[in-house]
Design a protein around this ligand. Structure first.
Ligand code: ADP
Ligand code: MG
Length: 209
């Protein structure tokens, strides 16, 4: 298995299973400091992607990433729909006319994360998905010289620690920002789903390495 469009069906399957297995927890997180719809928004997007799975696996990686972004954007709804949509669309744009390898993947992921920052007008420390995504992309960049299993271990840890870091934060963006101090003590739902998705992909790659 490699980071190529042929692996998309396996990635989508693993992501959907992990999101399903943690759906109740994510709903509870979004109920605590948001409106509770985050996981159903994401599952709607994932179901639409699974219908396109075969088609996506035959596209070049730039086109596949763009299509994933457009599908998420048009099916998910919520703040997270446009943010996850931008993430993948910007990745696809950056990937244009490049081969998939560790360097080009890290560069595409970086472009995707920058696009989420721009669209959400948010950065590290605001109790959002970016608290998972920013440490994850930094880890990928810093460990590009390591062998793939070690790089993926570091990636999973960075995503996990980033997700956990949202627990004690105050929110300054999104619905949770209306709660002030009451947002403290709850992990951000989008940070959790980002971490689950990153870890699912990393594990598929490690299992088949
Ligand atoms: P909504 O907030 O519209 O109900 P969702 O529940 O689907 O949308 O998604 C909420 C998640 O989106 C949050 O948990 C947070 O991670 C992320 N989010 C919300 N606003 C922003 C923002 N401005 N920048 C980055 N991420 C954000
Ligand atoms: Mg919500």
């Amino acid at each position: 298995m490699s980071i190529s469009p042929q692996s998309i069906p396996a990635f989508l399957e693993a992501i959907s299973q992990d999101i399903e297995a943690n759906a109740e927890e994510v709903t509870a997180l979004d109920q605590a400091i948001g409106d509770g719809d985050h996981v159903t928004n994401l599952q709607r997007g994932l179901a639409a992607l699974q219908e396109q799975s075969a088609e996506l696996s035959e596209m070049n990686w730039s086109a596949a990433l763009m299509k994933i972004g457009m599908t998420l954007m048009s099916t998910m709804g919520g703040a997270s729909g446009s943010l996850y949509g931008s993430l993948f669309m910007a990745m696809g744009k950056k990937a244009k006319e490049t081969e998939v390898n560790k360097e080009s993947f890290a560069a595409a992921f970086r472009a995707g994360v920058e696009s989420v920052k721009a669209r959400g007008k948010a950065d590290l420390g605001e109790k959002t998905m970016l608290d998972t995504l920013i440490p994850a992309v930094e880890s990928l960049e810093q460990n590009n010289a390591s062998d793939l299993p070690a790089q993926l271990d570091a990636l999973k840890k960075a995503a996990y620690d980033g997700m956990l870091s949202t627990k004690d934060m105050l929110a300054t963006k999104g619905r949770a920002s209306f709660l002030g101090e009451r947002a403290r003590g709850h992990i951000d739902a989008g940070a959790r789903t980002s971490q689950l998705m990153i870890c699912a992909v990393a594990e598929v790659l490690q299992e088949t390495e």
